[in-house]
Write a protein that binds this ligand. Structure first.
Ligand code: GLC
Length: 425
């Protein structure tokens, strides 16, 4: 654009005075994720902000397991620590940690808020306080090897779990002849929050509900939920490695990306990594909605995940910290992360952006799956969510290990959840 000289000079002077005013810049500390390339993407974004504003950033890594990360953050925040200014928080934590974060309503204009998915703003609003700005959303999806489906005569990915099992068995038997390390299906089976996500998908896809329903009733002890768990148990050591019971996201991705699995359940971040130049499966796979049960109640399900940015109430640099999270959640920064990292944007407009749609076509194709993703029962169980989830993943893990039959595990879980609930959530 050609600007008149007087305007150019004026803008230059303004720019210089802004730089001058901020030359003393402060150091803002942000705690980033470390799954996949999460740390690098976070650091690049934060450093770009620092360069623009004349501030500095200190970028910390955090544990890979979201469960361990919650424990660490709870410890820091309960002690009133101001070491971290910006926290990256899981979509299930606003109720648990919200009291430690500033109310962003005091800083963020309503018209800025309106550019995000309303459901995500709602998920970050606790007792009227906006405790986080949605950075990227997540939903469980099925990764499948296009080349292997074709090699074994399948014209489309599975739509039911039965189909998935049959396809996995056939492909595994064939591939094992030349690759003893090959498995049909990898997923997250370790005893942590990730297993809650996977198991919720199985159970919901059988019409077995969401552990605790929206009204706060404990619904987990039902035959459909038991059927779903029996199905998952039947995978272990047949189409899934026994080691899957210790897998988190990155272990599953490791097997998958090395070319040693036909199917994987994971989050969208694994898409960009699987297509990176050094990946053995580059261009050989695609993603689709997870299968459903082959019963009348069967429905496709994806657990809702995702991460928000929140400002520590004890921070000494609240204004700068808010500025950093506004930058990181901005249209352009989310666009960069979507295109190069396949992180799902939290702004609906980006799902119509032609650059995003051509770089990561599944974002357009699976849009409905993402917006209809199934939330874990964190809103209704509030501060007790982590206890609920821990009881759930422990029960599921014991079924997968073959230690407790599904029906008995669910009966015991129901009683345990009643105790956790007590007089109310
Ligand atoms: C992903 C999701 C998060 C979930 C976690 C479980 O990071 O975004 O919501 O809790 O996986 O491992």
């Amino acid at each position: 654009m050609k600007l008149p000289r007087w305007l150019k000079l004026g803008l230059l002077a303004l720019g210089l005075s802004l730089v001058g005013a901020q030359a003393q810049g402060v150091t803002v500390t942000i705690s980033c994720g470390s799954v996949g390339k999460g740390y690098n993407f976070c650091k690049e974004g934060a450093e770009a902000w620092a360069k623009r504003t004349g501030n500095k950033v200190r970028v910390l890594a955090s544990p890979k397991s979201t469960t361990d990360r919650l424990a660490l953050y709870q410890q820091q925040l309960a002690a009133g620590s101001d070491e971290v200014d910006v926290y990256m928080i899981d979509v299930i934590w606003p109720g648990i940690l919200g009291e430690f974060f500033v109310d962003l309503n005091d800083y963020v204009e309503p018209k800025v808020k309106a550019d995000f998915f309303p459901a995500l703003i709602k998920a970050n609003t606790v007792d009227g306080r906006l405790v986080g700005l949605p950075w990227f959303t997540d939903a469980g999806i099925l990764y499948y090897r296009k080349d292997l489906l074709e090699k074994y005569g399948f014209s489309a990915p599975p739509t039911t779990w039965d189909e998935l099992k049959a396809m996995a068995e056939k492909i595994q038997a064939g591939e094992r002849k030349t690759n003893p390390k090959f498995w049909g299906f990898v997923w997250q089976g370790a005893a942590y929050e990730g297993l809650t996500c996977d198991a919720l998908e199985w159970i919901y896809s059988y019409g077995g509900g969401t552990i605790v329903d929206e009204a706060g009733n404990i619904t987990i002890n039902n035959p459909r939920a038991a059927a779903a768990l029996k199905m998952a148990k039947s995978w272990v050591n047949t189409i899934s490695p026994p080691g899957v019971l210790a897998y988190m996201e990155e272990e599953a991705r490791g097997v998958w990306q090395a070319g040693n699995a036909a199917f994987m359940r994971n989050w969208p971040y694994a898409y960009a990594l699987g297509n990176s130049p050094e990946s053995p499966i580059r261009g050989k796979f695609d993603v689709t909605v997870l299968p459903k049960a082959a019963t009348p109640e069967g429905r496709h399900a994806a657990t809702l995940g995702g991460w928000q940015l929140a400002v520590n109430r004890f921070s000494k640099h609240k204004k700068e910290a808010v500025d950093l999270i506004l930058y990181l959640t901005s249209y352009n920064e989310q666009k960069r992360r979507a295109i190069y990292g396949s992180y799902l944007p939290t702004r609906p407009a980006l799902y119509k952006d032609p650059d995003v749609l051509s770089a990561v076509p599944f974002m357009g194709r699976l849009y409905d799956v993402f917006v209809n993703a199934v939330p874990r029962p964190s809103a209704q169980t509030k501060k007790k969510y982590n206890q609920v989830s821990a009881a759930f993943w422990t029960a599921v893990h014991s079924v997968l290990e073959g230690k407790v039959p599904a029906e008995m595990a669910l009966r015991q879980l129901e009683m345990q959840l009643e105790r956790i609930k007590g007089a109310g959530w």
